[in-house]
Design a protein around this ligand. Structure first.
Ligand code: FRU
Length: 480
């Protein structure tokens, strides 16, 4: 099928489903979503000619995974997004079963995108190629075909090239599976973005102190944040371990020191990037101001088909953009400053004392809002905030555990939870966008990212502290 035909079919599907999608009360207001169908990973994040470009894994034809396209949005400010034409369609022999995840870099005023061409034969045997496409205007792409074939010793689970420049060279980090079914992040180098040299793994599931740390590592990203080298990676196949690794696949980072002479990474333990239900396959970019900005996929393959939005022919979204900071041995995530552009109708309550009973505060409600809560003078043993009746964040000051619960997707009660240890709770900054919740704990030390399907009409927010008093300051903004 020619490129033209595939793209036309996708556009036609967007057109014929525009209304059913728009009628969904769970559509988000300021997050990146697919116009129809399924969205997964953020791809090709780049600041090019003064604009932010975000591409995404997209199956326009179903609310399920399949032969992926690269959808595309462009923004001046990371907050208001405009839909751009389809960037890549799976229409060549080397990508016919999906233009899988990848990244973008700028060279000589051109955009170079690298992605994985996914190919499957009738028996389901897989091949994968790391491919290149080039664009002069950032909108129309010319495919150049494969630049890398799978090296010896690896299976065809070899994908998600992230390219970056360091010193005087280009580097590409790729997610890989060895023939003995271990996950690895492997490196290639190039001087011109065309010829690539295989340099081997920099980390893997059997390296160092890691043992059996996943059968495949997806979506690696290697970056420096305030002088620290950080390898972000998504291992598949980790067993749940206490409060950790509760999702089907995990997403986190190793921090350490990358030696670009010997091409080796000294790193510490794996730490999860997010404690919520719906976070995976993040990617970062550096913008014109030198900020390291991360977007994640706000989804998780587990529950495709179960989410109520599938009735409206779409599923999943990207997270809000987050600026990364390395501080006190931790990677912090801060909602980018530009998100404040969405604020309106500020409501403030200071020194609110909670003492046993449930409290509602005038003006503090809604389903699209930013809410900031600073907790002071902790004497209570338990504290909770319930939003939209079926989403609740609560802190147990004795066990030092923070818990996020969300309702069943049919709206009946709190059914699932995610938790993490928090020594002392100082602040919560929450973004609710109809059916998404992003909770930044203690200035981004921990984040819970989740889709929530509360009754769209349930706008109440209640605060409760028990077994002792608690004082707090609350600020709330509606969001445009
Ligand atoms: C991660 C992932 C990537 C792959 C893409 C396909 O969610 O499985 O490894 O490139 O999704 O859509």
């Amino acid at each position: 099928m020619t490129k033209f035909v595939k793209q036309e079919m996708a556009y036609e599907r967007v057109e014929t489903h525009r209304e059913v999608v728009a009628r969904d009360p769970y559509r988000l207001h300021y997050h990146i979503m697919p116009p129809v169908g399924l969205l997964n990973d953020p791809n090709g994040l780049v600041f090019f000619k003064g604009k932010y470009h975000v591409f995404y894994q997209w199956n326009p034809f179903e609310t399920d995974h399949g032969a992926k396209f690269w959808g595309h949005y462009v923004s001046d400010d990371l907050v208001h997004w405009e839909e751009a034409p389809i960037a890549l369609a799976p229409d060549m022999w080397y990508d016919k079963n999906g233009c899988y995840s990848g990244s973008a870099v700028v060279l000589d005023e051109k955009l170079y995108v690298f992605y994985t061409g996914n190919v499957k034969d009738e028996e389901g045997n897989r091949e994968s190629y790391q491919c290149l496409a080039i664009s002069e205007d950032g909108v129309h792409f010319e495919k150049k075909g494969p630049v890398i074939h799978v090296p010896a010793g690896y299976t065809a689970h070899f994908r998600d090239p992230k390219v970056f420049y360091h010193g005087e060279k280009w580097y590409m980090i790729v997610g890989a599976q060895t023939e003995s079914e271990q996950g690895e992040a492997v490196l290639f180098t190039s001087s011109d973005l065309m010829d690539w040299q295989f340099e081997g793994p920099i980390a893997g599931s059997y390296h160092h102190h890691l043992e059996d740390f996943g059968y495949m590592w997806e979506c690696p990203d290697l970056l420096e944040v305030n002088g620290k080298d950080v390898l972000i990676v998504c291992p598949q196949g980790l067993e749940a371990d206490g409060l950790r690794y509760q999702n089907i696949y995990q997403s986190g980072y190793f921090a350490g020191k990358m030696d670009y002479e010997t091409l080796s990474l000294e790193h510490g333990e794996f730490d999860e990037l997010d404690r919520g239900f719906d976070f995976y396959a993040p990617q970062t970019m550096e913008d014109g101001k030198g900020r390291k900005i991360l977007f994640g996929w706000m989804g998780n393959s587990e529950e495709d088909g179960v989410q109520p939005t599938v009735k409206h022919e779409w599923i999943h979204a990207l997270t809000i953009p987050r600026e990364l900071e390395w501080k006190n041995g931790k990677l912090l995530q801060h909602p980018v400053k530009e998100l404040e552009l969405l604020r309106e109708d500020e409501v403030r309550h200071t020194n609110v004392v909670l003492d046993g009973s449930e409290v509602e505060l005038p003006g503090v409600d809604g389903s699209v809002f930013e809410l900031e809560v600073v907790t002071k003078d902790w004497r209570a043993k338990r504290f909770s905030i319930t939003m939209g009746e079926t989403s609740r964040i609560s802190y147990d000051a004795v066990a030092k555990v923070l818990t996020f619960e969300r309702g069943a997707f049919d709206g009946k009660g709190f059914v699932e939870k995610r938790q993490c240890v928090v020594e002392t709770l100082h602040s919560l900054r929450m973004f609710k966008d109809t059916s998404s919740m992003e909770i930044f704990v203690n200035n981004g030390e921990e984040v819970f990212t989740s889709r929530v399907f509360d009754d769209p009409e349930a706008k109440g927010i209640t605060f409760t502290a028990t077994e002792g008093k608690l004082e707090m300051d609350v600020k709330k903004w509606s969001q445009k």
